[in-house]
Design a binder for this molecule. Structure first.
Ligand code: ZN
Length: 143
């Protein structure tokens, strides 16, 4: 438990806890930006996936699969799963070091403002690596 961490010190009255499991819990987050955006959070304060026990990993994945299916069935046409590990960014309003998965509902139309704007930049920024660059990356991943 980290005294300054918002996920270790979750306000159980203000936070919409959707499900509380043995090792993880699910909360509703950012409903204005992405209605149905959920966070799956391990109860124990860890920052990297490699720090989770097998039962914590199993719980995290179980909830991720369960709620991705619920979002696709009941809320949106798609759903991204995202986990950020960015120790080089200071904790703040938009960054919490306590590991968590984002389930982000996605719609193919312009009502999904965040997706539409991000997609524009992704398309502009995406350039394939050369064969030499790919080989260099593969070598790094073999270590
Ligand atoms: Zn924490």
């Amino acid at each position: 438990m980290n005294k300054k961490c918002p996920f270790c010190n979750i306000n159980k009255v203000k936070t919409r806890i959707i499900e509380n499991g043995n090792h993880c819990f699910v909360i509703l987050s950012n409903p204005r930006l992405m209605p149905g955006h959920l966070l799956i959070i391990p109860k124990r304060h860890v920052e990297k996936l490699s720090e989770l026990s097998n039962s914590e990993l199993a719980d995290l994945l179980k909830f991720t699969v369960k709620y991705q299916e619920k979002i696709i069935k009941n809320i949106a046409s798609g759903c991204d799963v995202r986990q950020n590990y960015r120790p080089f960014i200071k904790d703040g309003k938009l960054k919490v070091a306590h590991l968590h998965f984002h389930l982000q509902p996605r719609w193919p139309d312009v009502s999904d403002e965040l997706f539409t704007k991000c997609q524009k930049y992704e398309i502009e920024l995406f350039k394939p690596l050369t064969d030499d660059e790919k080989a260099d990356i593969e070598k790094l991943l073999e270590k």
